[in-house]
Design a protein around this ligand. Structure first.
Ligand code: IPE
Ligand code: IPE
Ligand code: MG
Length: 248
């Protein structure tokens, strides 16, 4: 029985967030340059989009480039930016055909101008699609995002638009890049690393974490389905006792 067949479609996570890690090691194992790994990682991105679409997951967020990744060697950063640009341009038609809506989170103003323009075009082009929402985290850092939210509230407070009572979880979350996106129930990281790396710190507060040993270019649809089955076998307690959960 495949993992896909084991999935309970009534208990699907609405939102899955993925840290796509291990491209460099994958390439190195094959005696190739790191960039070769990034190029092959795109195939796994396609697998996730198809897989999520097949079973009806509503949102997938992919951590594609972190704020910290700007510190990588210049040629790697440039290669990643070029890959992002060519992939968006190449895939936008098929995303649209598959009813996928594209969104992006992160400090997008830091991306090369060309990337910003093409990204925005793709977002606009697919904005009315009603299938899977694909969220790309680009130049994304969660601490940056949280500080932006705090600043935005500080300005509103200073301008007397809000008072102290406005400061609560719902209103704070409303200032985050992800204000119109539900929290991920499941977060997957590939390549055996067990850390969050400044990804969705606020949003992952109660997410189920799943770590795969596979390197990102080897992570396929069936691996995604396996992670979902694993998720469905867990009990999410949100601070309550197991008995309370089973009664409700
Ligand atoms: C993930 O793969 C892709 C990005 C961070 C852009 P890595 O490039 O981090 O690959 P490893 O972790 O060095 O193997
Ligand atoms: C996290 O991967 C960022 C992305 C996948 C885009 P990294 O490979 O940059 O993370 P660290 O630095 O090893 O934690
Ligand atoms: Mg890495």
């Amino acid at each position: 029985m495949s993992f896909k067949e084991k999935i309970d479609l009534n208990k699907l996570p609405k939102h899955i967030a993925i840290i796509m890690d291990g491209n460099g090691r994958w390439a190195k194992q094959k005696g190739k340059m790191r960039v070769f790994g990034h190029q092959n990682g795109i195939k796994s991105v396609r697998e996730m989009i198809d897989g999520a679409g097949e079973i009806g997951v509503n949102y997938i967020t992919l951590y594609a480039f972190s704020k910290e990744n700007w510190q990588r060697p210049k040629y790697e950063v440039e290669a990643l930016m070029n890959l992002m640009l060519s992939s968006i341009n190449r895939e936008v038609k098929s995303l649209h055909k598959n009813n996928v809506r594209l969104m992006a989170i992160g400090d997008l103003g830091n991306l090369p101008k060309k990337n910003q323009v093409e990204l925005q075009k793709a977002i606009d082009y697919t904005k009315d699609n009603t299938g899977l929402t694909l969220v790309l985290a680009l130049s994304y850092g969660s601490r940056w995002e949280i500080i932006q939210a705090a600043k935005s509230l500080a300005i509103k407070y200073k301008n007397n638009e809000i008072d102290e009572s406005y400061f609560n979880e719902a209103n704070f979350q409303n200032e985050l890049n992800t204000h119109n996106i539900p929290e991920p129930e499941l977060m997957i990281r590939t390549s055996g690393e067990m850390r969050i790396s400044n990804f969705l710190l606020w949003q992952l507060a109660y997410s189920e974490l799943y770590f795969s040993e596979k390197l990102w270019p080897d992570f396929k649809k069936e691996d995604l389905f396996e992670a979902i089955v694993d998720y469905q076998n867990r009990e999410r307690r949100f601070g309550k006792t197991s008995e309370q959960i089973q009664k409700s």
